[in-house]
Design a protein around this ligand. Structure first.
Ligand SMILES: *Cc1c(COP(=O)(O)O)cnc(C)c1O
Length: 368
């Protein structure tokens, strides 16, 4: 590939090329088996993910969005309940609450981590609060010791949105092992990525896990007996087999992301950009490398001019989305709003080459 080729923000095809032999063999194995739904690959992936996270149970589903929805449903969250979450996240975090009939309540984020601020969480609690969703945004864990203690002392359900944080940890405990539920996405650009949609839920309680298995499979615990209203949301065997191959490289891939983050931190430190903080209490898995700049649009344009992609995650916080704005009139979340105005995510993926990384830094240096 020539040195001036476009640099994407993520590169799922490069990941495939690196692991093609193993992935192709796994796909052929599943196709030849004739077993495509709820088979041995999915069960093995669940066991492997539960072990990696340090959770008692894991249940595969169609997507990270369904994982969040089902976690709340399994905990009995519904109409009349409030679910507190950060406003600075992907919309799926809030959709999950809305699907159950509960009301999403948006709290502010911590300046240093982009994750739920425990003080804002406490200020958002009401007698109706039933659950909290902590989002480990960009691969950085939220302040889980404090958040878990707030939930424990008030008997609130704690759900972790781990869509961007597989392999991250905090105080020696993995993301997904702190809450009642950990919700993972294997969307094609996530740190562990399927060739399509897939997700998983880790759970601490066996009854919750049982409920999750019913929810993903038409409310059924035994063939053609339907106990509750469920869904068709299984993680299929082809995706599970692909994910198992990639899981073998997750440690190495996360280490590759961390090396890229270190390079950016070293080479962009003197430019007046606000750089992301590493996690002082555990492992950051660098799903995104997100800087803050008042000159974000100029920076983005300069990168685009030389074929370097960048992204704004997320330009409109959830309390300002048309979907939720009417319910949030008068709500002001200054840290979230400032982040939405200034954040810019740079290319970071394990196959990003050294010369590409240098090109990104050189372009930013010339502009900043
Ligand atoms: C990707 C993502 C989701 C949704 O996952 P899907 O698999 O795309 O449904 C939820 N929350 C966050 C923070 C995400 O990044």
């Amino acid at each position: 590939m020539n040195a001036e080729a476009r640099i994407p923000i993520a590169d799922p095809a490069a990941e495939y090329r690196e692991l093609a032999a193993g992935i192709d063999a796994a796909v052929r194995r599943v196709l030849a088996s004739g077993r495509y739904i709820l088979g041995p690959e999915g069960a093995a992936l669940e066991a492997e993910l539960a072990a990696l996270v340090g959770a008692a149970h894991a249940v595969g589903v169609n997507s990270g969005t369904d994982a969040l929805h089902f976690a709340l449903r399994a905990a009995g969250v519904g109409p009349g309940d409030e679910v507190v979450m950060p406003a600075f996240t992907f919309v799926a975090t809030a959709e999950a609450a809305s699907y159950t009939g509960a009301r999403p309540v948006f709290a502010d984020i911590d300046e240093a981590t982009f994750c739920l601020d425990p003080r804002s969480l406490e200020a958002s609690l009401t007698p109706r609060t039933r659950a909290v969703i902590a989002v480990h945004l960009y691969g950085h864990c939220a302040a889980m010791a404090q958040i878990a203690e707030i939930c424990r002392s008030r008997s609130l359900v704690l759900v972790e949105d781990c869509a961007q944080s597989l392999g991250a940890d905090y105080d020696g405990r993995r993301a997904g092992a702190w809450g009642d539920f950990g919700c993972f996405s294997f969307y094609p650009t996530k740190n562990l990525a399927a060739a399509g949609d897939a997700g998983m839920i880790t759970a601490r309680d066996a009854r919750h896990a049982e409920r999750l298995r019913m929810l993903r499979h038409h409310g059924s615990s035994r063939s053609y007996l339907h106990d509750i209203l469920g869904y068709n949301s299984r993680l299929d065997e082809l995706q599970a087999a692909i994910l198992r191959v990639k899981l073998g490289s997750l440690e190495r891939f996360n280490a590759g992301r961390a090396a890229i983050a270190r390079h950016y931190l070293e080479h962009l430190s003197d430019l007046g950009l606000r750089l992301p903080a590493d996690n002082p209490r555990g492992r950051h898995v660098w799903h995104q490398f997100t800087v803050r700049s008042e000159k974000r649009e100029a920076l983005r344009a300069a990168l685009e001019l030389v074929g370097i992609a960048s992204m704004i995650y997320y330009p409109v916080p959830l309390h300002r989305q048309p979907l939720y704005a009417a319910d949030c009139a008068g709500l002001s979340l200054p840290v979230t709003e400032a982040a939405a105005r200034t954040v810019l995510s740079l290319p970071i993926f394990p196959q990003l080459a050294e010369d590409q990384l240098r090109r990104v830094c050189k372009t930013i240096r010339a502009c900043a």
